[in-house]
Each structure stands twice: as structure tokens, then as C-alpha cells.
Design a protein around this ligand. Structure first.
Ligand SMILES: Cc1cc2nc3c(=O)[nH]c(=O)nc-3n(C[C@H](O)[C@H](O)[C@H](O)COP(=O)(O)OP(=O)(O)OC[C@H]3O[C@@H](n4cnc5c(N)ncnc54)[C@H](O)[C@@H]3O)c2cc1C
Length: 396
């Protein structure tokens, strides 16, 4: 059995961000980073918004100053002051991270399946089929349950699922400075369905078809919609598909498994996810930052998620509404974008708005729908379909 000070289970966004941040901070304790599939190729595009200059990122990024919104009857394009919308290609992130870790003598990287993770009185243990590792602290970004050899069943509630094509066109058709945040000009099928467009040049863009629903579609169904959108909405005749990406993000409150002092869940399983939007990248970076700072200062717990009760309350209501078949969900988003500038919406989604700002946003939304949702959630006996979800509980 080999001993490490820290074991990081999973070398995805959070595990790799933590390993590189520890290395950058010159933490010289021994570290094992383990994943059953060491990703090095481009497989995800992470986007987030930030105030220019606040958190410089050391690998290449693409910046959009404008965001646009489309529906059948309303559209707008705006500078998203005080933010920039920022895109990170996972391939660039992996390249930068592994270059950095290559020189870190205290960090071992192993590609093997993790079979079991469990706590000990004085630390934690991780087992693969052939090896066993003991450590002081284990940071777990996989969905393997502590004490079990099985992964937790995958997300069962509402999901954000999407597929995207990175395309190259013959003619210059994209506006490089403007990303399409949501384009609702597509059949909704009682879900929330929209397109998302990230241009990298006038001839290159990632075009994603995104759905909020419980059921995934067959691969061809996403592809058919993307093709239709490119031809009928963007009026592009000739293009080549350079890459494809797909993903599923839970839209539910994650309940980190915090039962063992020496096993710390990180990333999505550690609760670094905004359930109503699926955005996780910037929350993961904040979580990593806190962990590194507490290791440097010798303080435990490694991080404490600040629970913003009123934002959990808003998320609960929105998640409830997003699951109700009979509600016209796109109308909520259209009202939101029609009544507010995009910068204010992003401030609200970052949970940095003031109560005054939030009241202003709510005054633009279909208030009756929200009031009936509130009544249904908090007077559960009146709910016929038992969809109610008290604050913080997952809607199932
Ligand atoms: C395609 C895609 C695009 C996304 N885009 C955005 C975005 O634009 N903005 C945003 O904020 N968020 C986005 N997200 C959501 C979120 O940022 C990502 O899912 C992010 O990768 C989550 O990081 P994580 O470390 O929690 O999980 P992961 O990155 O999934 O890392 C978990 C790691 O654990 C490993 N693992 C699992 N089980 C085992 C096992 N048994 N043994 C060994 N290793 C194991 C996996 O191989 C994986 O590498 C996106 C997600 C996807 C899938």
C-alpha cells in the first residue's frame, strides 16, 4: 500500500484544476491524481462570465463582449457590461495542466479505474483492481459513493443535455464578438429547447442544441436539429463539421457526501454547480481556490460552501416550473430577456444581485405562474402530481 498526503480522485475539471493549483502554490506534499480516462483531447467547451481582469486565466480563452437572445417575436443583442463572456476549450486546459504537472516531482498521475473509496480513522483509502493507496485527505470528484465499490446512480432529475458541432463555413457568416446565449426559435415539445452559438472567427463556431428535460434524445435527434438550424436559421449552405461535443449536466441540488472528515467531495459532486443553469466552471475554480488557501493556512474544513438561502429559494421555484409540462417555459425566458439587460441577468445568475435588483427582475416575469408555483411547493397536499420540492431538496 502506497501513502500520499493527498489523493485526487478524478482528473476532470475540478481534479485537474486542484492538482495544478496545488502545484502552482508550491504545496510540496505528496499527491496522487488518478482517473480511468486521462483526458487530453478537446471534449468540452467551458463558458462563464467575469469582470475583465478579475481572475486571469493562464491558458488560451476566447472572449465575447456581446451576447444575443432570440425568440420568434423578440430578439436582442447587447454588450454585457460589466462582464465579458469567456470560453475555455478543454483541450487547451488539459495541455496547460499536464505541461505544468510534468515538472511537479511530488505529483504522480495514474490512469486506472477506481474501484473503491473509503474512510479510515486517520485518513482515507482508494482501491483500484491492482493497487491500494492510503492518504491523509482524499478529494473526490467522481460519483463513487464513499464506502462502496459502485458509483451512485447517475442524475435522476431534470438534466441539461446537449450536443454541439464545431463548424467551419465557406463564407464569413458569424459575428466574432457576439455569442448567442439562447435562441428559442425551435419546437419546444413541452421542454426548454434552445440553440447556443459561440463564434471563434467569422467562419468558425460551436453550435449547440440544448434541452432541459428528464429524458435524453437519441444522438440523431440532436444532429437533425443542429443541421436544420444551420440551414434554416443561420442560412449556411456549405460547412464542414470539425468536432462534435455532447454532455449531460444535472439540474438539481447536489448534496455533497460530507460524512467523512478525510474525504472531501469536489466539483459537481461537491456541490459546485448552479442547479438552475448547469454552470459549474467558475464555481469549481472558486472551490479550488478555497481549498488551496485552507491547505496553505492549515485550516479545516477545506472549504465551506456559502449557502445563499434566497438564491436556493429562487432555484427551487425555477426548477419546479421547468419540470411542469403544462407551463410555457420559454415564455419565462423571453420575459426575462425582454424586461432586463443581459448584464443584470448574469449578475443575478452569479448570485451577486441585490434584493432590489432581484425585485426588479421578478417584476418583469409572469408573476401568476410564480405565485402558483410557490403555493404548490409549500402547500404540498394541494399538488396533484407530487412534484413539490422543499428548499434544498432534489425534485424527483
Ligand atoms: C460537454 C460539457 C460542456 C460543459 N460546459 C460548461 C460550461 O460552458 N460552463 C460551465 O460552467 N459548466 C459546463 N459544464 C459543466 C461542468 O463544468 C463540467 O461538467 C465539469 O467537467 C465538471 O467537473 P468535475 O470535475 O466535477 O467532473 P468531471 O470533469 O466529469 O471529472 C470527473 C472525473 O472523474 C473520472 N472518473 C469517474 N469515475 C471514475 C472511476 N471509477 N475511476 C477513475 N476515474 C473516474 C472521470 O473520467 C472524470 O475525468 C459542461 C459539461 C459538459 C459535459
Amino acid at each position: 500500500m502506497k501513502f500520499y498526503d493527498f489523493v485526487i480522485a478524478g482528473a476532470g475539471c475540478s481534479g485537474l484544476s486542484l492538482a495544478t493549483a496545488l502545484s502552482k502554490a508550491n504545496i510540496n506534499q505528496s499527491i496522487l491524481l488518478i482517473d480511468n480516462n486521462i483526458h487530453t483531447n478537446q471534449d468540452k467547451t467551458w463558458c462563464f462570465w467575469d469582470t475583465p481582469g478579475t481572475s486571469p486565466i493562464p491558458f488560451p480563452t476566447t472572449i465575447w463582449q456581446n451576447l444575443s437572445f432570440y425568440s420568434d417575436n423578440y430578439e436582442k443583442k447587447e454588450k454585457i457590461l460589466p462582464f465579458n463572456y469567456i470560453g475555455v476549450k478543454s483541450g487547451d486546459f488539459y495541455k496547460y495542466s499536464y505541461e505544468m504537472l510534468k515538472n511537479a516531482k511530488n505529483i504522480d498521475i495514474i490512469e486506472e479505474n477506481i474501484e473503491r473509496i473509503y474512510g479510515l480513522d486517520t485518513g482515507a483509502c482508494l482501491e483500484t483492481k491492482t493497487q491500494k493507496f492510503h492518504c491523509n485527505y482524499l478529494f473526490n470528484s467522481t460519483s463513487i459513493s464513499v464506502g462502496h465499490s459502485q458509483s451512485k446512480s447517475s442524475y435522476s432529475a431534470l438534466k441539461q443535455h446537449f450536443q454541439g458541432w464545431f463548424v467551419k463555413t465557406e463564407k464569413a457568416v458569424f459575428e466574432k464578438n457576439t455569442a448567442t446565449f439562447m435562441d428559442f426559435r425551435t419546437e419546444q415539445h413541452q421542454d426548454v429547447r434552445f440553440f447556443y452559438v459561440l463564434p471563434y472567427s467569422e467562419k468558425e463556431a460551436l453550435i449547440e442544441y440544448t434541452i432541459f428535460s428528464k429524458q435524453l434524445l437519441a444522438n440523431e435527434a440532436y444532429d437533425d436539429q443542429i443541421k436544420k438550424y444551420i440551414q434554416e436559421r443561420l442560412h449556411i449552405e456549405k460547412f464542414t463539421i470539425i468536432e462534435k461535443e455532447k454532455g449531460v449536466i444535472p439540474m438539481e441540488f447536489m448534496h455533497p457526501d460530507n460524512n467523512h472528515n478525510h474525504i472531501i467531495p469536489i466539483g459537481i459532486v461537491g456541490g459546485a454547480l448552479k442547479p438552475s443553469t448547469g454552470f459549474a466552471f467558475s464555481l469549481i475554480q472558486k472551490q479550488v481556490d478555497q481549498i488551496v488557501k485552507s491547505i496553505q493556512s492549515g485550516n479545516l474544513p477545506f472549504y465551506k460552501k456559502k449557502i445563499q438561502i434566497r438564491f436556493s429559494f429562487y432555484d427551487t421555484i425555477l426548477l419546479y416550473l421547468l419540470q411542469k409540462k403544462e407551463i410555457n417555459k420559454s415564455a419565462i425566458f423571453i420575459a426575462l430577456f425582454k424586461g432586463n439587460n443581459i448584464g443584470s441577468i448574469l449578475t443575478f445568475l452569479s448570485e451577486k444581485s441585490s434584493i432590489f435588483g432581484e425585485m426588479k427582475i421578478f417584476s418583469t416575469l409572469p408573476i401568476k405562474v410564480f405565485i402558483s408555483a410557490l403555493i404548490e411547493i409549500y402547500w404540498p397536499r394541494r399538488t396533484k402530481d407530487k412534484l413539490y420540492s422543499p428548499i434544498y431538496q432534489t425534485i424527483r
